[in-house]
Design a protein around this ligand. Sequence first.
Ligand code: PSU
Ligand code: MN
Length: 317
Amino acid sequence: MVLPGVPAVGPVVAADVRHALRSGRAVVALESSLITHGLPRPLNLEVALACEARVRGEGAVPATVAVHDGRLLVGLRREALEELSAAEDASKASRHTLAAALGRPGWAGTTVSATMIAAHAAGIAILATGGIGGVHHDAGRSFDVSADLEELARTPVAVVCSGPKSIVDARLTLEYLETRGVPVVGCGTDELPGFWARETGLPVPAGVGTPEEAAALAIRHWGLGLGTGIVFAVPVPREAELPREDAREAIAQALAEAGAAEITGAAATPWLLARIGELTGGRSVVANRALIEHNAGIAARIAVALLRYSGGDRARA
Ligand code: PSU
Ligand code: MN
C-alpha cells in the first residue's frame, strides 16, 4: 500500500548485489539479528564473514541485511559488517519494529521476518539463518509466537535454517506453519532438525535430497501462486552436534532461570543463548556457529539451482 504523498522506503541495495541481480547471478540474503543479538563478540563478526565466504564459495553473492541510520541495507561492505558487529546499542528489527528502527540513528539487526521483507523487496528469493523464531513453550499464556511464522505465511522467500531456534516448542511451531500453509522441507532428512541437535523426532511433511530438488520444489510451490515462504530445514553438521539430551537439559534450566528472573520479549533469546552457552561449556556456541555457516552454503547451492530452473528471473516475475 502506498499512501498519497508518502514516499516509499525501499531497500538500499549494494552495488555488487544489484549488479548480481541484474546479470542473473545467484544471490543469498543473510539475516543480521544473529550478529547483533545471537552471538557474542567477536565470534559474531567471524561468523558473519564466514557466511559470506561460504556463499561466495558456492558461486553466489551474499547480501547481509541490516538497518543503519534510517536505511534498510541489502548487502554490507566489510567495514559496515565490522561496525554492525561491534555496535553496542543495536536494536532488533522485525516486521513490527522495522519502521521504528528506521527512525533512529545507528544500527539494527534484522530478524528473519525483516530480512524476508528486505529480500523480497530487493528481488532475492532465498535467505539463510541459524534458526527461525517459533511458538514458545508458554505461548498459551504469553501469546509469544514469533513474527517469523506470519512472515513465512505471507512473503514468498525461502528460508534455510536448522529448524526453529532451540528455545521454542518445535512441535507447536510445525503445527503453526502447517496451519498457515508454509511448506517445511527437510534437506537430507525426513525429520525436523532440532537446531543444535540433528533430530527432533518430528516428521516433516516433505523431504529433498539435493539442492536441485529443493529448488524444484520451490519453483513448483511459487508456480502455484500460493504466495508463502518456504522453510528448508538442514541439520547441524554431525561433528558439531550437541547431543539432544544435553541440549534439552541446558535449555530447560535456562528457561526456568529466565522465567524466575522474568526475562521476556526481545531480551529473552540473547539471554537464553548466553546462559545455555555457559551451561554447555561452550558446545552450544560451537554447534550454533557450524550450523549457521553450513546453512549459508546450502542456501547458496539452492540459489544457484533456482536460477537454473527459472532462467534467472523468478525473483522479478
Ligand atoms: N536463532 C538464533 N539466534 C537468534 C535468532 C534465531 O540462534 O538470534 C533470531 C532470528 O533472527 C529470528 C529471531 O528471526 O531470533 C526471532 O526472534 P523472535 O522470537 O523475537 O521473533
Ligand atoms: Mn517473540
